[in-house]
Each structure stands twice: as structure tokens, then as C-alpha cells.
Design a protein around this ligand. Structure first.
Ligand SMILES: [Zn+2]
Length: 488
């Protein structure tokens, strides 16, 4: 039987025989179950001649059921059926980078509505980085006066000579957090540290190793500036800032970054060297572990858990209460981490990164990536909390481009995170997504055309070459082939 046009596809659909007008959904009855009966987000929908009954044990469950009903309303006539549904993974979300390019609160709300439609339950909001600081801080106003603005933008070889920036006021942040809460989406803010902190250091040089004035970065990349691990001033600053952040974001988790932090500045810094020796640490990676663990301990005292990027495992001493977000893990440390009974979220660069063109990362590749990643022991699968699709915005200057790259990728990751393996079928996903495009269009989201997100082999190569080189030559075709088909 042809699948109903639903994404993510429900756990179980029983067909009861016969059909009814979809109008029965407009006057459904709510029935509250015992919370344990359906799990935190589970629900059932029964549709027959007598009407529609939605059963769930929690507000989350009722909300997820409503999203299914929204999609069912695309039909005029529905088969009589009983849907019993719950997610495969508890963590299903997207990352939005509002640093490299900001989005208006209206745009954020459109994106959040679309994410909710596919039953995402987390929004990881990347709000601080080298190129800008995007949260209002009353405690540290220079983070906004200086850190929120860059003098130009130099992403992807394009130079835009114009001051760029701004920040979300506390009122705007509260508005977005509340908007997400109504949709049962948790907003997880990210304060990246000790690297990716040029905007912070530009505002308050005293928290860096060299204590010298720097400019907010205009380029993408990995930079040497780090917060100083050897100076207590750094921790006092971070604790104050985290107090402010925790007050704004009621989320269980706070993301504290930990990625791409070259140790050059720490190696040169007398205070960092002294701290490393005082603690008897073997190397500066261990010093990062100590740094991150202090922050984790501070957050734990406030009842918060930390998420970190997988480079934080390089220290080999990361506090086991942290959840590791795996994005680029060449040495398999995330698998070792999970196999020891610690939590992981998967955001694989080669499959889930939404900022790359579809020729390089077609939706098929995203859809078919197995969150039970290489090296994970089958009995440790429960330590994979779920999936997250990152939308980095160096190359995404406007909302239409963001939507073009995020959809249908968000839908693909959402299905991977919610649906059971036996229902995963890329060809069916293509058909079902096509049927949901008009719904997205109505909410102001324009997904990419299918010919772009489901490219043939020739276009995968030629378009990838164009993206990187803007011209076609033999050498770049060879490079592109290697990049495109690596790991497949
Ligand atoms: Zn230092």
C-alpha cells in the first residue's frame, strides 16, 4: 500500500477499512492517557465514521499529534485508521548560526514553524563566534557595542565592504524562546569557548592570553585567539555571562562549543603554561579539558547540562556528564565515548551540514546516514540521543537561501530522528516531501526544487566544481570527485 504523505512517517498505521472525509479532523476529541502509556512525545490518532480521537499522555504528545493532523488535512478523504506513534530518538533538532548572518525574529518564527511541522524538538542557536556576538548582555555591554559588529564580510571569496551586525535583545530572545516553547521546541544557546571567541576578545581583551586589542573577524576560518585559561578573570567573566544566559534560556542543556581551538596562544602564554604545570597536566589539550570541565561544573550547580563539539574529547579528560556533538571525528573518539556509556548527538559533516550545496551533499546522503554511526557497539545505541542538522550561514546571506538549503534536509533528518528503520525509504520520502511542499510555501518557506536536491551523478560533479572554483577544469573535477564520493 502506498504510504500516506506524512513526514516523519509514524511508527504504526492500522487501516480499519472504509474511508471518511478529512473534515472529521476539525472536530476531534482529546483523550488523556497515562503519561507512561505513550512516552513523553507519543500519541495515537483514531479516525473512523464516528470521528477522530487523539490520545496522548502529555502536552508534547498532543502537539506532535496536531502536526500529523496538519499533514493529514492535505487529503480530502482519509482511510479509516489508527496511528500509534512515538519518536525513535529523544533529541531531534537543527542548529541555526545567527552569527555569520542574522535572521529577523519573523524569519526565525517561520523556520521554527517548519521545524515543528516535522516534529523537531530542539533549536541549537549559535549566538557567539569570531564574527559576532548576538545576545544582549547588560553585564558586559561592550559585547554588543563592539562585539556585535564587524567592519566588512569576507566569506567564500566575496568581499562586502559594509559594517555588519546587531544582536538579539533580551526581549527578542524571550519572544523566540516562548515561541519555541509553545511548539515544544527547546532552545539551546551556544556560547562557544575557548576558541571561536574573537568577538568576545575584541570587546574585552583582558580575557585573552595576549590581552591585546583585536578586531571582530570578517573572514570565516579557525583563528588563534583563545580565552586565557591561566587567568581567573576569564572564569569570572564566563560565569557572569553564563548567569545571564541561563536566566534567558530555561533549557536543560547549554552548548559550550569547544571546537577548533588551536593551542598556539596557550603555548605562548606564561599564565596558561603556569596553570598547566600547576595542575600537572601533560599537554594543552588536557588544559582545555580542565577549562571545559570547570564550566560544566559551574553549569551543573545551576542544574544545567553541557553539550560540546567532539574536539573536546581530544583532552581525554572530559567530564562524563557532557553530551558530545559529533560533527567531524576522524579518530573515532565519539564511538569510544558512547561505548563507555556517555551521550552523543550526531551531526555528521559529510551528511548533515546544510550549508553545502546539494551537489556535494544530496538529500539521499543525508537521509541514508545511519545515526548509529561507525564504531558504536550495538548494545550502546541508547547513548545516541539523536540527530541535529546544522545550518551554518557564512554563505547564507538571506532567508530564501537558508530555506533553499534547509529544506528538504531538515525533513530528511527529522524523519531519520523520528521514524523506525523499517519505514525509512528514500524513494517514498521524495514523493511524500513533494506533497508537503505547498504547505511549506504557504508558511513562507521555499524549499529547493527536487532537481537540485536529488541531482544526477554528472550534476553532482559539475555543480560541486562550480561551487568551489566557479570554473571547470580537469584538476578541480578530480578534487571534486574525491570530496564528493569520499566516505560513500
Ligand atoms: Zn593564557
Amino acid at each position: 500500500m502506498k504510504k500516506l504523505n506524512l513526514i516523519p512517517y509514524p511508527e504504526k498505521i492500522e487501516y480499519l477499512g472504509g474511508s471518511v472525509s478529512a473534515a472529521v479532523l476539525d472536530r476531534f476529541t482529546k483523550q488523556t492517557a497515562e503519561p507512561n502509556e505513550y512516552g513523553e512525545e507519543g500519541y495515537s490518532i483514531q479516525i473512523d465514521e464516528t470521528g477522530a480521537v487523539v490520545t496522548a499522555g502529555t502536552a508534547y504528545g498532543f502537539f506532535r499529534a496536531e502536526q500529523t493532523m496538519k499533514q493529514l488535512r492535505n487529503y480530502a478523504e482519509l482511510p479509516c485508521l489508527c496511528i500509534t506513534d512515538s519518536p525513535a530518538f529523544p533529541y531531534r533538532g537543527f542548529l541555526l548560526d545567527s552569527v555569520r548572518h542574522m535572521q529577523s525574529t519573523e524569519e526565525l518564527k517561520k523556520l521554527i514553524d517548519a521545524a515543528a511541522l516535522f516534529k523537531f524538538n530542539k533549536m541549537h542557536w549559535h549566538l557567539s563566534d569570531d564574527q559576532g556576538f548576538r545576545m544582549e548582555s547588560e553585564r558586559y555591554p561592550k559585547l554588543n557595542e563592539i562585539g556585535s559588529y564587524r567592519s566588512s564580510s569576507d566569506f567564500g571569496g566575496e568581499h562586502i565592504q559594509a559594517r555588519y551586525g546587531g544582536f538579539y535583545t533580551k526581549a527578542q530572545i524571550r519572544e523566540i524562546v516562548a515561541y519555541c516553547a509553545e511548539r515544544h521546541i527547546e532552545v539551546i544557546p551556544e556560547l562557544d569557548m575557548p576558541g571561536h571567541t574573537t568577538a568576545i576578545i575584541a570587546s574585552y581583551p583582558a580575557v585573552s592570553c595576549r590581552r591585546l586589542a583585536v578586531e571582530v573577524q570578517t573572514k570565516q576560518g579557525i583563528f588563534d585567539n583563545l580565552l586565557c585559561a591561566g587567568d581567573e578573570k576569564t572564569f569570572a567573566f564566563l560565569f557572569d555571562l553564563l548567569d545571564e544566559i541561563c536566566e534567558l534560556f530555561p533549557s536543560e542543556h547549554i552548548h559550550i562549543g569547544g571546537d577548533e581551538a588551536p593551542k598556539k596562544r596557550w603555548e605562548e602564554c606564561p599564565k596558561c603554561r603556569a596553570k598547566k604545570n600547576e595542575l600537572g597536566l601533560k599537554n594543552f589539550e588536557e588544559l582545555q579539558g580542565w577549562f571545559v570541565n570547570r564550566i560544566i561544573e559551574f553549569l551543573a550547580a545551576k542544574g544545567k547540562k553541557a553539550i560540546v563539539w567532539n574536539e573536546s574529547l581530544n583532552s581525554n579528560n572530559l567530564d562524563t556528564s557532557a553530551t558530545v556533538q559529533m560533527w567531524m571525528d576522524r579518530n573515532g573518539k565519539s564511538a569510544v565515548w558512547a561505548n563507555r556509556g556517555n551521550h552523543v548527538i550526531v551531526s555528521p559533516f559529510f551528511s548533515y551540514y546544510c550549508d553545502y550545496p546539494y551537489c556535494q551533499t544530496p538529500v539521499k546522503k543525508t537521509y541514508e546516514y545511519d545515526p548509529y554511526f561507525k564504531g558504536l557497539a550495538p548494545i550502546m545505541r541508547k547513548y545516541v540521543l539523536g540527530v541535529e542538522a546544522p545550518l551554518w550561514t557564512e554563505y547564507i546571506g538571506d532567508f530564501d537561501r537558508a530555506c533553499y538549503l534547509a529544506f528538504p534536509r531538515f525533513a530528511a533528518v527529522a524523519e531519520r530522528g523520528w521514524s523506525r528503520k523499517e519505514h525509512l525509504d528514500y524513494d517514498s520520502f521524495k514523493l511524500r516531501f513533494a506533497c508537503l511542499v505547498p504547505m511549506l510555501n504557504k508558511t513562507g518557506i521555499k524549499p529547493a526544487p527536487q532537481s537540485d536536491w536529488d541531482p544526477d551523478k554528472i550534476h553532482r560533479i559539475t555543480d560541486t566544481v562550480k561551487f568551489y572554483k566557479n570554473k571547470i577544469d580537469l584538476e578541480s573535477i578530480k578534487n571534486s570527485w574525491n570530496t564528493t564520493y569520499r566516505k560513500e
